[in-house]
Design a protein around this ligand. Structure first.
Ligand code: GLN
Length: 248
């Protein structure tokens, strides 16, 4: 999967899909490769640039409704990412990015746009209140064990079709709006979490890197990281307990 021992990461349209610092996901992947002595390279693919089908990982971020339609036209005209995904490349998309990977999405103006068809999901405007705030979820057991956290800010709600699996189950927050957050199908992943999501969820970053490299990765042994992870586990547990008490 990885060419010339370099993991090549495409940052897809950060000029229109990069509203909430999601480009930081590329930095996290690079750093986690570097800590393991693996070379990585980030390729910025802006509006107007061709999209190569030879990269190992493609990252898409969030954006507003108009940016989404612009992104779909560009990626339809330059289908390199879709071709790479069909060959097993890893694609990870956040919020607006998740929505455009689906079959279709309807913006708050009520207009439905065709998506890129990489995920069997559809998005429609959710309830009148926009989902804004912290999101806490438990990932699909097939993927990894650590709970996930992120920040969400979206109007759209996403329904999954039969071919997509939910990425995680919501403990706190809105996510897709049906009790789950995000979706995955093969190596294509989507979530509503900003953060950037890979900075807040290193296990998610390592899942993507394992898929891209095609073999298990060496653990990263930084004491401060395990300390932070333990603190976070405790915080997540406290949040879950608080929620249980509130629902009682
Ligand atoms: N415009 C989309 C929505 O509101 C996506 C927003 C985002 O990417 N944060 O649902």
């Amino acid at each position: 999967m990885v060419h010339d021992s370099v993991v090549r990461i495409g940052l897809v349209l950060p000029d229109v899909l990069g509203t909430y610092g999601d480009s930081g996901n590329a930095t996290v992947l690079l750093k986690r490769l570097e800590w393991r002595g693996i070379r990585g390279e980030v390729v910025q693919l802006g509006v107007g640039d061709p999209v190569p089908n030879s990269l190992d990982i493609y990252l898409l971020g969030g954006g507003e409704d108009r940016a989404q339609t612009l992104a779909v036209s560009h990626l339809t005209e330059h289908p390199g990412m879709q071709q790479a995904a069909a060959n097993g490349a890893v694609v990870m998309a956040v919020c607006a990015g998740l929505q455009i990977l689906g079959e279709d999405f309807t913006g708050s103006d009520g207009v439905t746009h065709g998506g890129l068809g990489l995920l069997d999901v559809r998005t429609t405007p959710g309830s009148s209140t926009r989902a804004v705030g912290e999101l806490l979820t438990l990932p699909d057991k097939e993927l990894f064990a650590d709970p996930m956290t992120g920040f969400e800010n979206h109007q759209g709600h996403t329904q999954l079709g039969a071919s997509a699996r939910p990425l995680s189950r919501v403990v706190y927050g809105t996510g897709n709006g049906e009790g789950h957050d995000g979706a995955y199908q093969g190596h294509v992943l989507g979530t509503y979490m900003h953060g950037p999501v890979l900075a807040r969820n290193p296990a998610f970053a390592d899942l993507m890197l394992t898929w891209a490299v095609g073999s298990p990765l060496a653990p990263i042994d930084v004491p401060a990281i395990s300390q932070l992870r333990n603190e976070r586990r405790r915080a997540v547990q406290q949040m879950a307990n608080r929620r249980k008490r509130l629902l009682r």
